[in-house]
Ligand binder design. Sequence first.
Ligand SMILES: [Zn+2]
Length: 451
Amino acid sequence: MGNNSYYREPVETMDRDMLNELIDERVRYTIRYANDHSPFYQQWFKEHRIDPAVIKTHEDLLELPIISGADIRAHQPPVSSEFMFRSAAMEDIFTIHETSGTSGTPKSFFLTWQDWERYAEKYARTFTSQGFSRGDRLVICASYGMNVGANTMTLAARDLGITIIPTGRCNFPIRIIRNYRPTGIVGSVFKLIRLARQLKAEGIRPEESGMKKLVIGGEAFAEESRAYLAELWGCDVYNTYGSTEGTMCGECTAHQGLHVPEDLVHMDIYDSRLKKFVKDGTCGRIVLTTLLPVGAACGMLLINYDTEDTTLVLSRDRCTCGRTHMRIYTPQREAETVWIRGASMNRVDIERGVFVRENMEYITGEYEAFLYAGDDREKTVMRVSMECKDPSGPGRELVAENFRKTFFAVKPLLRHQYEEGLFTLDFNFTAPDGLELASISGRPKRLVDRR
Ligand SMILES: [Zn+2]
């Protein structure tokens, strides 16, 4: 692709007016494709008395209803006999996927080979924007399962000349680092913190391991934990946001938010009740629409789909990296948000209080928090457990004080409740592997509401 700093320069650096024209052309084609190829959308347009031909621009999408994960589940077996969302003939489907949904029944996804190429391109653009190029060696710790992330990242490497080491998990032998000298790892914050500890235990300083970049795949984190991870490894840490639904956004070297590949996926931000579109800079739910290049085929597409994740648009102006595609704040999961007497709190707010730099001299970063109803039901008690390097050692009061200071600084409504005695904070310090989540397999749940 010639220029080292972009994967597809003309599209990635396109002026806003031209980009909008391209987006609108793809909106028209995608809507027509949905109506022509997907039984679900045919019925959906009819039911809502929408003439697909009147949807001409991305603004017109705001007039359409929102589709949820529940709609997908309600239009696939066992509820219906067919996969109603599928939008290509079965013999044209290259792979079938399932999302590991937290709510029971997985959602099925169908991808044609063209979908694979588009998904891979989104990752190829992100990796390029993070400075990966020919000669880099990248360990993929994300799982090669029924989701698409690890597989499409691997395909992305093909065009970039990156060597992939597909471990599929983070607890790989240290030999992998010693023998192959990877220059990057795609993993999760906590697994990369653990890996650094494991390296140290084997006499290797992580900052001398040859690592140049860490890429976080698919999780929200606090800036504090990113900073700690960057310090541990002595290298840059980049965030990505990807899903089987086809988001795949990523931070560039400017670290000014995650670029959304706007020519391939359209993102609108709605208020929490999904009633209206919110302005740039306001936090809300990510609602996405697949965008197909004119003439393209697609195995399954989404129109106005509620991702159940929240973010805000940081900017639609040209980034210092030269890209014009809009940038969003690190998305958070709505499922990790709780409400306490009208005050909202996300798991990431707790993480911010844990990862205060001074705290890291005493704790490992592993944490979990539980909410309980107080004695008179009016009160809420939050108990934060943190894993300590030495639970009998000093530092507890300091860690607790740092937590309170940092947490309440971003949660003024909860500070007020705390001062009124309606919200209590308890701290618990455990030995290594002493957290409840250490004994539970699967994705750890770090914020548990037991009210
Ligand atoms: Zn940028």
